[in-house]
Ligand binder design. Structure first.
Ligand SMILES: [Fe+2]
Ligand SMILES: [Fe+2]
Length: 146
């Protein structure tokens, strides 16, 4: 990948991460279950860390952090849908799992193509593993609610 392609892919992730922050904060505010509420708040903070490390990398590479509409589209629909539905926590967490899996796939694909930049390689791995841990928690909670 050339640096232009890398910046564009980073902007995609930047947009995705920003959406995750908004989504999890909004969910955290609306969910009465205290443990789930606090977890989502904490997960949102971790996503905020991703926003910042990706933004920093874009700037470092000479790019401009830019929100890509296409990347955030799945979030607005899903977030709005689940708040008005009566599906409850389980439905919401199941949707979160899908979003986390999407993010993980993007990180994995990117890692395979990234080439020589070791700090970028490490950044992508760190974020990927965080997403994997979020997914594991969500999956476990969904099982508990079954
Ligand atoms: Fe993230
Ligand atoms: Fe995540």
């Amino acid at each position: 990948m050339n640096s232009e392609q890398i910046i564009s892919k980073l902007n995609w992730l930047y947009s995705l991460e920003l959406s995750q922050v908004d989504l999890y904060l909004a969910q955290s505010r609306q969910i009465p279950d205290l443990y789930v509420k606090q977890t989502l708040k904490r997960v949102a903070e971790i996503e905020q860390g991703h926003v910042e490390n990706v933004r920093e990398k874009i700037t470092q590479l000479g790019g401009k952090p830019t929100v890509i509409g296409e990347a955030i589209a799945p979030f607005s629909g899903k977030a709005a849908g689940y708040f008005t539905s009566k599906g409850g926590v389980k439905t919401l967490l199941t949707a979160n799992i899908k979003l986390e899996e999407m993010a993980m796939k993007d990180y994995k694909d990117f890692i395979l193509k990234v080439g020589q930049d070791e700090s970028l390689f490490n950044l992508l791995w760190d974020n990927l593993i965080d997403e994997d841990l979020h997914t594991a928690w969500f999956v476990n909670k969904v099982k508990e609610l079954e």
